[in-house]
Write a protein that binds this ligand. Structure first.
Ligand code: NCD
Length: 304
């Protein structure tokens, strides 16, 4: 049995809950130094066609925890610089006995496109502005740790929603588990067809984060942005930065999240990023447990 994870959008809420439970079970075993299920017969291909620090390293750690062999692959050092297509690359690696592929790609839809060319599972590690399912699962686990539930929470996702796969995966996941999702940012950085995503759209920060239990900040994704989308970075920061001043509108116990990498002084200020509300490093830590759970699940593994 092999199961891919391409998008949160197509998962049913029970599968999401099972994955979160599995991640919690892995977390306690890992912290207690207990034996984990072994997938030592598997080789995981890490195909990162876009830059990454935390996602790549945490998948590496997750695969190692399960005893897998790892084959790391970056486009810069590969035959893709010689004109090889994604399809041919996947078919080649597949014959080299790679059992599972973790793919990050700048094109939305790349992991889904690759699926028919590999026998085994594909895990989406972020594709263009489509989805980043394991990020959303790690974020959900972090919210559960701090708030004890997801249902009924008000979650504001703030900033460059248009270009953010993190925003999309989180909006789907949080909506499926019963949270109230709000998407907040400048008009030009909001989805063109907001009705296709769950969540209320707003352009004023004070309204968008009013009473919010969770505020998720997003980086301005300049690499995907068309010229002139925002007036200036300074203007964006003055209207949308999450700091002690803007957080006055949120719930007094609100927590602040960010998928990273953060741009200090732009979407979030230093005091908030390093302050007691910040869950940024908890998100990083939880992503290792979530990715361990997802790889185990992708190989057909069940609960521990
Ligand atoms: C994000 C990504 O690459 O989608 N980072 C991450 O994986 N934690 C967000 C971003 O690049 O802004």
């Amino acid at each position: 049995l092999s199961r891919s994870l391409i998008a949160i959008r197509h998962l049913d809420p029970n599968t999401i809950r099972d994955l979160l439970e599995l991640a919690q079970a892995f977390r306690s075993k890992i912290r207690n130094g207990e034996l984990l299920p072994s997938h030592a017969d598997k080789t995981v291909g890490l195909l990162f066609f876009e830059n990454s620090t935390r996602t790549r390293v945490s998948f590496e750690q997750a695969a190692a925890l399960l005893g897998c062999k790892i084959s790391a692959f970056t486009s810069a050092g590969s035959s893709m610089t010689k004109g090889e297509t994604l399809k041919d690359t996947i078919m080649t690696l597949s014959r080299e006995r790679i059992n599972c592929m973790v793919i990050r790609h700048k094109a939305s839809g790349a992991p889904g496109f690759a699926q028919p060319y590999l026998q085994g599972p594909i895990v989406n590690a972020g594709d263009g502005q489509h989805e980043h399912p394991t990020q959303a699962l790690g974020d959900a686990l972090t919210i559960l740790d701090r708030k004890g539930k997801i249902k009924g929470l008000r979650v504001a996702i703030v900033g460059d929603v248009l270009h953010s796969r993190v925003a999309r995966s989180n909006a789907w996941l949080l909506d499926k588990l019963g949270a109230e999702v709000r998407l907040v940012g400048p008009r030009n950085l909001m989805p063109r067809y907001p009705g296709l995503l769950p969540g209320k759209v707003g352009n004023r920060l004070e309204e968008g984060i009013e009473g919010a239990d969770v505020v998720m900040c997003l980086r301005l994704q300049n690499e995907r942005m068309s010229e002139g989308a925002i007036g200036s970075v300074r203007e964006f920061a003055s209207s949308y930065q999450i700091n002690e001043d803007s957080l006055r509108y949120a719930h007094p116990d609100c927590v602040v999240m960010h998928p990273g990498p953060i741009n200090r002084g732009v979407e979030i200020d230093d005091a908030t990023a390093d302050g007691p509300r910040s869950m940024i490093l908890d998100q990083v830590e939880n992503s290792v447990f979530v990715r361990t759970a997802v790889l185990h699940y992708s190989f057909g593994g069940g609960s521990l």
